[in-house]
Write a protein that binds this ligand. Structure first.
Ligand SMILES: Cc1cc2nc3c(=O)[nH]c(=O)nc-3n(C[C@H](O)[C@H](O)[C@H](O)COP(=O)(O)OP(=O)(O)OC[C@H]3O[C@@H](n4cnc5c(N)ncnc54)[C@H](O)[C@@H]3O)c2cc1C
Ligand code: FES
Length: 388
């Protein structure tokens, strides 16, 4: 060590004591300081920040849904828990953005991840994926993330999954996990769709239900064709009770469009299902934030506001568009994963002005105190300045 650095360290309070402790530990072979970062490096290898994935197959599921089978172009795919998602990065007409998609394949194999994507009316990325993506195309994504999965210690073995539309994707992975690993769970899958043509994976689900005593499938169609003999209508407390029987001590997973999730929460509340037995997956920013409590009376979704990024520039945006989306549209980027207010990765600091934070923003008290916002679910209801 150069003499000058040694002199500096010598005057640091506690340095000499630390050297002595290190010498003592070395004598007994318990000095592991050389292995500093070893754990972090191993984790980073198993769970890299970015994956490069290639589309090996595009599978048509229904008129509005395709499954994209993705393989890794380097190294093995990281392990995941059934129910987790990856955030898929895309570039569309020069705009760099991303959307999270649940992995619908089984965690018991890691040759590929399947993403099952349903077209969203007035959507952006779903139109691109369903209309333009072909075999051989490559994408960057995050590693698998999220907390919407079965934890055998807390969630028991009696599971009910309420899914709407593309909410079937994480359910499929959980279901395959049960069968591929021979788990003893009871799995009741209640799948609500608007039209019978929209029901995804139906043949596979019916076959699984026929072959496994521990799997029960209930299809519910809200807009049935004439003469349809199955269960119809919207999921309500009476129907859930009738289908499930005793609701207590069962864990309910809920995944679908936001109105579906909200309705299921209300129905389960009215059945007195304790919140620790209800797990609801996030589903992006609210579509109509102006319908939510505390949206300011003075603001409308179509209001044009100015977004200034300190030291970088400014642009015009609509109050009703999530800040992260308008940033990306204008060539700026913030790290992101859940795009639903949960993971905190897209935090930016609000320097001036106000944004509307919906309940899913999950801001901490300290975020509010120091002006941090989750840009994926923040709506700029007036001119704002942010640090990025
Ligand atoms: C944890 C999680 C898991 C999910 N899993 C699935 C799944 O398995 N399957 C599935 O189908 N969906 C899933 N979703 C939903 C998915 O992430 C998307 O929200 C959904 O696919 C809709 O994407 P979209 O871009 O088509 O629509 P939106 O996200 O509604 O996109 C429309 C928005 O894009 C922006 N936009 C429009 N045009 C432009 C432009 N030119 N430039 C820049 N921005 C523009 C605007 O802000 C507009 O409001 C999941 C969501 C979450 C949170
Ligand atoms: S991307 Fe997760 S909170 Fe915004």
């Amino acid at each position: 060590m150069p003499e000058s650095k040694k002199n500096v360290l010598d005057v640091v309070i506690g340095y000499q004591e630390a050297v002595k402790v290190k010498e003592e530990l070395a004598k007994t072979g318990s000095d592991f300081s050389d292995q500093k970062w070893a754990t972090a490096n191993t984790i980073a290898k198993l769970h890299p920040k970015r994956l490069t994935l290639e589309v090996s197959e595009v599978i048509d599921e229904t008129e509005s849904t395709k499954t994209f089978r993705l393989v890794s172009t380097g190294g093995p795919l990281p392990p995941f828990q059934a129910g987790q998602y990856i955030n898929l990065f895309v570039e569309i007409d020069g705009v760099q953005t991303a959307r999270p998609y649940a992995i619908s394949s089984s965690p018991a194999q890691r040759d590929y991840y399947d993403l099952t994507v349903k077209r969203v009316q007035d959507g952006f990325v779903t139109h691109y994926l369903l209309d333009h993506v072909k075999q051989g195309q490559q994408f960057l994504s995050t590693s698998p993330m999220g907390t919407f999965y079965h934890n055998p210690i807390f969630h028991g073995q009696d599971l009910v999954f309420l899914a709407g539309g593309s909410g079937i994707a994480p359910a499929m992975s959980m279901l395959k996990n049960v069968f591929d690993n021979g788990l003893a769970h009871q799995f009741h899958f209640i799948y609500a769709s608007s039209y019978i043509e929209d029901v995804i994976f139906i043949e596979e689900l019916r076959e699984l239900a026929q072959n496994h005593d521990n799997f029960k499938l209930t299809e519910v169609i809200s807009r049935p064709p004439e003469g349809y003999q199955g269960i119809t209508g919207r999921l309500n407390a009476d129907l859930i009770k009738e289908l499930v029987g005793e609701v207590h001590n069962k864990t309910f997973y809920v995944c679908g469009p936001t109105p579906f999730n909200e309705n299921c929460q209300t129905q389960l509340d009215s059945l007195d299902v304790e919140s620790r037995f209800v797990r609801i997956e996030a589903n992006g920013p609210p579509k109509n934030p102006d319908q939510l409590n505390h949206w300011p009376d003075s603001a409308s979704m179509e209001d044009e506001v100015t977004i200034t990024i300190t030291g970088k520039g400014s642009f015009k945006a609509k109050a009703g568009e999530p800040l992260l989306n308008s940033l990306e549209r204008n060539g700026y980027s913030a790290e992101n994963a859940c795009r639903s207010g949960e993971c905190s990765l897209c935090r930016v600091k609000l320097v001036s002005g106000n944004v509307f934070n919906p309940p899913e923003a999950h801001l901490r008290v300290s975020d509010k105190q120091f002006g941090w916002i989750h840009s994926c679910v923040a709506f700029p209801t007036e001119d704002i300045e942010i640090l990025l």
